[in-house]
Design a protein around this ligand. Structure first.
Ligand SMILES: CC(C)(COP(=O)(O)OP(=O)(O)OC[C@H]1O[C@@H](n2cnc3c(N)ncnc32)[C@H](O)[C@@H]1OP(=O)(O)O)[C@@H](O)C(=O)NCCC(=O)NCCS
Length: 321
């Protein structure tokens, strides 16, 4: 029986913040790495209608890291700061350099960013079927817990007219961001996704819908739409949504999804896409009842091995991609 060849380690790998000049190659590596792993016929065209790299780098350059080998980009990773919670990805390495510890070299400084930001718990979304992925992240203290479903449904016209963040006057938008922060904090102490709301607004990637009950924010959803965003062509992708907990939460969730569908119909986006962790079991069941079906699923890994806000009573939509 032959012994497996030893994994070689490159000695000339350096990790540094991403620069504008790295973007073209980082985007190419992102597509070719995922396309190769998934096995699509032409890896360079993987997710060609979706954008993750340029948009995230623009909005938070210090949270984008590049691995460089012999002066060329070999891979990259992105950290996301949601207040007391953080996650990372997309993490990609050029396929001809796989299994030479480049991902691990990127992960150390990524976790340093979480430390610097004061993140209490961290997570990621990965391929549940891949021993390599699970083993790699376990080395850094992340543990697999529940699956996360990436779901979608056709958009139907809905009688709903939620407030749109983009239409707010300056003072009102400050108030809305504060209310969003307060709402997410009532679900998980310190959770703050206002960075996502501003990113969508500043780069014109979609819209944030807000559901008010008098002065109180009942729910909100940050939606990407169309090509050049994380949604892709003809899609409305709910990047993050949260509903105020307590009696009536299910009704509020329905109203919020009505609002997202109304927005999608108005913009001629044909499919509504959203991710939900399966330990948010009430929200997941309600999505099934509403006609959402799972397109693919991965596993959420947590550091430490505790639920964070992936709990049965939580009505949040996100997938940590
Ligand atoms: C996933 C990816 C980023 C890993 O990059 P990489 O540079 O090849 O990874 P590394 O060499 O740093 O780490 C490999 C580690 O995987 C783990 N691993 C591999 N096979 C394993 C197995 N069968 N069981 C357990 N762990 C395993 C080991 O910990 C190994 O490290 P070791 O050699 O020190 O033991 C890269 O393969 C990639 O770009 N894939 C396509 C895109 C993608 O899937 N991105 C991640 C999405 S979450």
């Amino acid at each position: 029986m032959s012994t497996p060849s030893p994994i070689t380690e490159l000695s000339n790998v350096s990790i540094r913040p991403m620069q504008e000049a790295d973007l073209v190659e980082a985007r190419r590596i992102f597509r070719v790495a995922f396309g190769t792993f998934i096995g699509v016929p032409d890896p360079e065209t993987f997710a060609a209608d979706r954008e993750y790299i340029l948009t995230r780098w623009r909005s938070h350059p210090g949270a984008a890291l590049v691995a460089e080998v012999n002066g060329t980009v070999a891979g990259s990773n992105f950290a996301t700061n949601w207040g007391s919670f953080g996650f990372f990805g997309p993490l990609t390495v050029r396929p001809d350099l796989w299994n030479q510890h480049i991902a691990q070299k990127l992960l150390g400084p990524t976790l340093d960013l979480f430390e610097k930001w004061g993140v209490r718990e961290a997570g990621l979304y990965t391929f549940a079927q891949s021993p390599k992925h699970i083993g790699l992240y376990q080395k850094f203290g992340f543990w697999p817990r529940f699956l996360t479903s990436l779901m979608s449904k056709d958009v139907s016209r809905r009688e709903a007219s939620p407030v749109k963040y983009s239409t707010l006057k300056a003072g009102d938008s400050v108030h809305a961001l504060r209310a969003c922060r307060e709402l997410t904090g009532s679900i998980y102490d310190g959770l703050d996704v206002t960075w996502e709301i501003r990113l969508v607004q500043e780069q014109n990637l979609g819209e944030t819908v807000l559901l008010w009950g008098g002065d109180s924010l009942e729910a909100f959803a940050v939606c990407h739409g169309g090509e050049g965003s994380e949604a892709g062509k003809n899609n409305c992708y709910i990047k993050f949504a949260a509903v105020r907990p307590g009696p009536g939460v299910g009704d509020r969730f329905d109203h919020l999804l009505d609002g997202c569908e109304a927005l999608a119909a108005e913009r001629s986006w044909q499919r509504l896409v959203a991710g939900v962790n399966l330990n948010r079991s009430q929200a997941y069941r309600q999505m099934l009842q509403r006609g959402f079906r799972t397109d693919s699923q991965g596993v959420a890994m947590h550091k430490p091995d505790s639920p964070a806000y992936n709990r049965p009573d939580v009505f949040v939509l996100d997938d940590w991609r």
